[in-house]
Unconditional design. Structure first.
Length: 514
């Protein structure tokens, strides 16, 4: 049975499948390019046992490579292109990556890292560099037609409270039928609105490929046989132009992206026709009411879906448009085959309306992180419920409300940032004795990173010096925006850091959404 790319290449070969800028590929061309790349990779020894890391933006070559990886039965790793070489080293080593593709402007800075790892093939898309094969040299024409048995497993790395990123293999589970029904429930938002023409959706993707959202949107669009419009880097004016030009029906974004569109001049907003949009989705961070109202006013009412999920368990719930006024502040109802329990500190289930820690069970809940031992009962219980680290409650109708974060995670621009990882980098500075990182309010991004530093006796450092240190050890989005030096970090009698005392002056009188 032909699925995905191969199916549409047979059924509608001349219809456009992919668009990026001035380039486009029909389904036939897309399938041919994926076949040729798969043959080229195969001739270099790439096969089902390989983990293929893609450190690149959302672009045509990413989609072609994803198709080739599916045909070869490999596993695909989404690697953040903003990670420093040292951060890449951990992810590549931990994932046991053997094939590496990147579109860095200067791949040479990664060469020492790759040379220290068992990577058999390194490929550069745009810039020639010693030790890298040019992407253009890989495709081999004239081979047999190849057929993917399934979409490729996707590995995404998420930092834990220990500060070390850990790999999650997305959308794997023991019950294929439950996974199919679960996925249909999750993707139902894409068909919001219905009406003429919606049978052929056009999806705009500008979420990153190293996040679960970008690849999941891509494969959902492939399954539907719709046209996919790729935008490498989100630019609000360009996104609106793409929606108008290609009559985009479906778009998923984080709140910061909507905020940046809302901040455009009125004349810029007015000159783009966005009436083709049938469904909008937002997640990864809270959505202020005023922003939801603006989205409804500009794109049209009844189109926005709010969603909640976690890497370890997949998508959890969705608040449909028609319930947003009836259930303000809710994260919605759980998807099919999703169970939510609210528990107290002793693990007892809490009654309706009572707040506690959220434990979630879905068909794709992980049993362990990649190449790690099984999760212990403090995280994953015997019934398959995962402790997601959020505080919330369920109302009498089964709607979920998130009220706090048990973990210290910061959400900035829809991206999860883990203070422990930043604190570990700060502690590498020779003058810093201890450090605490918190999120403080930011009008554009929701939260920004603030670091408090306690200096070693007799040592001196200034903010510029510490920020420069962070720039050498952390990806740009993780770097503190401010450094505050204090004589001693607040702790209780047991020595536990009291971050709430650091947060209070910044959040006093404000609601810290989660």
């Amino acid at each position: 049975m032909r699925i995905g790319i191969e199916r549409w290449a047979a059924e509608k070969p001349d219809e456009v499948a992919l668009v990026e800028g001035s380039q486009s590929l029909t389904w036939r061309e897309f399938n041919e390019r994926a076949d040729q790349l798969a043959h080229g990779l195969s001739q270099r020894g790439v096969g089902p046992a390989d983990v293929v890391a893609l450190r690149m933006r959302v672009r045509l070559e990413w989609a072609i490579t994803a198709g080739a990886v599916a045909k070869l039965g490999c596993t695909m790793l989404g690697l953040n292109w903003r990670l420093t070489p040292d951060e890449c080293r951990h992810v590549l080593a931990d994932s046991r990556t053997t094939v590496f593709l990147c579109d860095d402007a200067d791949p040479a800075v990664l060469a020492p890292v790759l040379a220290s790892l068992p990577i058999r093939l390194a490929v550069s898309l745009d810039a020639p560099s010693p030790g890298f094969i040019a992407f253009a040299e890989l495709p081999v024409a004239g081979g047999a037609l190849l057929f993917a048995a399934a979409e490729p497993p996707l590995i995404i790395y998420t930092s834990g409270t220990t500060g070390l990123p850990k790999g999650v293999v997305m959308n794997r589970g023991a019950d294929p039928e439950a996974i199919r029904e679960y996925r249909e429930s999750v993707e139902a938002y894409r068909r919001t609105g219905g009406g003429p023409g919606f049978a052929d959706p056009v999806t705009l993707i500008n979420m990153p490929a190293h996040h679960g959202s970008g690849p999941s949107q891509f494969w959902a669009s492939v399954r539907e046989g719709g046209k996919t419009v790729l935008q490498r880097r989100f630019v609000p004016e360009e996104a609106l132009a793409l929606i108008a030009r290609h009559r985009v029906t479906t778009w998923t974004a984080v709140p910061t992206m909507y905020k940046r569109i809302a901040a455009l001049p009125a004349q810029e907003l007015a000159r783009h026709d966005v009436s083709s949009i049938r469904s909008l989705s937002v997640g990864a961070a809270p959505v202020p009411v005023v922003l939801k109202e603006w989205i409804a006013g500009y794109f049209g009412a009844g189109k926005l879906q709010e969603r909640y999920g976690a890497s370890e368990v997949g998508m959890i719930s969705c608040l449909p448009t028609h319930m947003q006024q009836a259930k303000p502040g809710s994260s919605g109802l759980p998807h099919r085959h999703v169970d939510i329990e609210v528990r107290d500190a002793e693990g007892n289930r809490m009654p309706v309306g009572q707040h506690g820690e959220l434990w979630i069970r879905t068909p794709v809940t992980i049993r362990h992180y990649l190449n790690q031992p099984p999760l212990g009962p403090e995280v994953l219980d015997a019934d398959g419920f995962f402790r997601v680290g959020d505080i919330g409650c369920l109302d009498e109708d089964g709607y979920l409300y998130i009220t706090d974060r048990a973990k210290d995670m910061i959400i900035s621009g829809g991206v999860n940032i883990y203070p422990a990882e930043i604190e570990a980098a700060l502690l590498r500075h020779p003058a810093i004795l201890d450090a605490a990182v918190i999120g403080i309010p930011d009008d554009e991004f929701g939260e920004q990173v603030l670091a408090f530093c306690e200096l070693k006796p007799g040592h001196l450092a200034d903010a510029k010096d510490v920020l420069g240190h962070c720039a050498r050890h952390l990806a740009s989005y993780k770097q503190p925006r401010r450094i505050e030096f204090i004589p001693a970090l607040p702790r209780n009698t047991m020595g536990k850091l009291l971050k709430r005392e650091l947060r209070e002056p910044y959040w006093k009188g404000k609601e810290r959404n989660v």
